[in-house]
Design a protein around this ligand. Structure first.
Ligand code: ADP
Ligand code: MG
Length: 462
C-alpha cells in the first residue's frame, strides 16, 4: 500500500507544477481507492473539474492496480462568503442599481450613483485597449483569466478580494483593467476606481497635508463600488497608508464591493506588509500569472501586430517570441521598435533585419546562460539533487530531467555533444546526442513535456 501512496503523492505533486493550475492542487490523502486532492476554494475545484478532470483521470489510470477515483477537498478557512447566504444575496452593485426595496441600512445610506459627468472621473484610468477581448489566454494565465472573468461577471459575489500576482510584464495590469471594463459594460453606473498602490499613497499624503481626509474617505469608501489596486506591494512598509488602506478595505468588503489587487509577489512575500492586511488579501482568491509559453507569446505578438496594422511574417513572429521569453512588455516594445525602424528605412521586417535591430537586447539573453545554471534550474524544477543529474543512476525519474538538461544545454549554449557529455559526469557524446534527439522528437507531440520545457526555459532566462 505504501509505495502506491507515495507514488500517488508524487504524481499529484508533479501535476501541481503544471503551469495551467500551478500550485492550486495538493495531495491530501488516499482513502477507499480514492485520491483526495486539496484545493484552496470552490472556485479552484470547479475550475479544475470543468477543465481538467478527464486529464487528471487519465493520469491516474496509468497507475497500475485497482482503479483510482478522484475527489476534492476544499481548504477555505477564511470568511469569503460570510455575508452571502445560499448565494442569494445581492452584491452592493445590484442593490444600488436594481433599486431593490429591501436594501440593507448600510447600503441605502450610500450616496446615489453620480451623474454622467462625475462618472467620467471614476473611469479615467481605465484603458479601452486592455480588455478581455484583447487578452490572449495560454497555459500560464488561464487560471488568472478565469478568476478575473468570474469576478467581473459577479462583482462582490464570487471572490473578494481577488489577488493577482506574477512577474513583470505578464499582463496583471491588463487583466485588472479588463475587469473594470467588463463590470462597466455590464453596469454602466458602476463607480470603479483603478489606482496604483503608489498613487493611493500620494493621494493620501496630499489629503493629509491639505487637511482633506474627509474627501479622501468619501472617494474611497462612500463613492466606490469596485476598487482595483495595481501594484499593491508598494504600500508594504508604509504605515499610515496601510492603516488607511485597511479601513478602506474593511469598509468596502463589508458592503460587498469588489476589490481586486495585483502585486509582483504573493501576500506573504510582500516585505513590510502588516499581518492584518496579509490575512485579508488571502481571504478571497489568489491567482498567479506565470510566464507565457512560446505559442502564447506568438499569439500575443500576432494580435498586437494585427491591432496596430504591423505586417508580421510567421518566421519573424517565431523569432521574436523565441528570443524574448519572459516579458510581454519587452516583446511588444521590440516589435514596435523593429516596425518603427523598418518603416523609416523603407525596409521589410525580416528575421535578419529584426536580429540586426535587436542585437543588443537579444545578445544579453544568450550570454547569461551557463551549463551550471541550466543544471541547477533543471534539478530545482524536478526536485532532484544536482549530483543525480550528473551521476550515473539510470532510474527513469532521473533520466528524463538529465535528458532535458542536456537538450537545453545544446539548444541555448550551443556546446558540442562531447563538451556537454563532459559536464554531465563524463558521458559519451552519443548519449548526449540520443538525449537531445529524444527530447526534440518528444516535444513535437507531448504537450506536457512541452509545457515543462517552456516553463523551465523562461525561468532560466530570468
Ligand atoms: P504587468 O502589469 O504584469 O507588468 P502588463 O499588464 O502591463 O503587465 O502587460 C504588459 C504588456 O503586455 C501590455 O501591453 C499588455 O497588454 C501585454 N500583455 C501581457 N499579457 C498579455 C496577454 N495575455 N494578451 C495580450 N496582451 C498581453
Ligand atoms: Mg503592471
Amino acid at each position: 500500500m505504501l509505495p502506491k501512496l507515495e507514488f500517488l503523492k508524487k504524481k499529484i505533486d508533479f501535476l501541481a507544477t503544471r503551469p495551467a493550475w500551478a500550485g492550486q492542487v495538493k495531495f491530501h490523502s488516499f482513502e477507499n481507492d480514492e485520491v483526495i486532492v486539496l484545493v484552496r476554494n470552490r472556485f479552484v475545484r470547479d475550475w479544475i473539474k470543468e477543465n481538467f478532470l478527464p486529464e487528471l483521470e487519465a493520469e491516474l489510470a496509468t497507475i497500475p492496480g485497482s482503479p483510482i477515483g478522484i475527489a476534492f477537498k476544499v481548504e477555505e478557512s477564511h470568511p469569503v462568503s460570510k455575508s452571502i447566504p445560499n448565494g442569494t444575496a445581492q452584491s452592493a452593485l445590484d442593490l444600488k442599481f436594481e433599486e431593490k426595496p429591501q436594501v440593507t441600512p448600510q447600503v441605502s445610506q450610500r450616496p446615489l450613483p453620480p451623474s454622467e459627468v462625475q462618472r467620467g472621473l471614476f473611469h479615467e484610468n481605465l484603458k479601452q485597449k486592455h480588455s478581455f477581448d484583447n487578452f490572449v489566454v495560454g497555459a500560464g494565465n488561464q487560471f488568472c483569466h478565469a478568476a478575473a472573468q468570474a469576478v467581473a461577471k459577479m462583482p462582490g459575489k464570487s471572490y473578494n478580494p481577488l489577488f493577482i500576482y506574477g512577474g513583470v510584464g505578464l499582463g496583471k495590469t491588463h487583466l485588472l483593467n479588463a475587469i473594470g471594463l467588463e463590470i462597466l459594460k455590464r453596469n454602466p453606473r458602476a463607480r470603479i476606481i483603478m489606482v496604483t498602490g503608489e498613487k493611493f499613497m500620494n493621494e493620501l499624503v496630499h489629503c493629509i497635508r491639505f487637511e482633506k481626509m474627509a474627501d479622501f474617505r468619501k472617494k474611497y469608501r462612500d463613492s466606490c463600488d469596485v476598487l482595483l489596486v495595481d501594484d499593491v506591494q508598494f504600500i508594504g512598509g508604509k504605515e499610515r497608508t496601510q492603516e488607511e488602506f485597511f479601513h478602506t478595505f474593511n469598509h468596502l468588503h463589508d458592503l460587498q464591493c469588489q476589490i481586486v489587487l495585483t502585486a509582483d509577489k504573493p501576500p506573504r512575500e510582500i516585505a513590510g506588509l502588516e499581518e492584518r492586511l496579509r490575512s485579508r488579501f488571502e481571504w478571497g482568491l489568489i491567482a498567479d500569472i506565470q510566464a507565457h509559453d512560446l505559442e502564447t507569446r506568438m499569439a500575443i505578438l500576432k494580435k498586437k501586430a494585427d491591432d496596430d496594422h504591423i505586417p508580421l511574417q510567421d518566421d519573424v513572429t517565431y523569432f521574436l517570441a523565441q528570443s524574448i521569453k519572459s516579458n510581454v512588455r519587452e516583446l511588444e516594445g521590440s516589435l514596435i521598435r523593429v516596425h518603427a525602424l523598418a518603416s523609416l528605412a523603407g525596409k521589410e521586417i525580416s528575421v535578419d533585419y529584426t536580429r540586426d535591430v535587436l542585437k543588443d537586447v537579444l545578445g544579453s539573453v544568450d550570454r547569461v546562460l551557463t551549463v551550471e545554471q541550466i543544471q541547477k534550474g533543471v534539478a530545482e524544477y524536478y526536485k532532484i539533487k544536482l549530483g543525480d543529474l550528473t551521476g550515473k543512476r539510470r532510474i527513469k525519474s532521473l533520466a528524463l530531467p538529465r535528458q532535458i538538461a542536456m537538450y537545453l544545454c545544446r539548444k541555448h549554449i550551443k556546446s558540442s555533444f562531447p563538451e556537454i557529455g563532459e559536464k554531465f559526469g563524463g558521458k559519451d557524446h552519443t548519449t548526449v546526442l540520443h538525449a537531445c534527439n529524444k527530447i526534440q522528437n518528444a516535444l513535437q507531440d507531448d504537450n506536457r513535456l512541452k509545457e515543462q520545457v517552456t516553463s523551465l526555459e523562461s525561468s532560466l532566462v530570468h
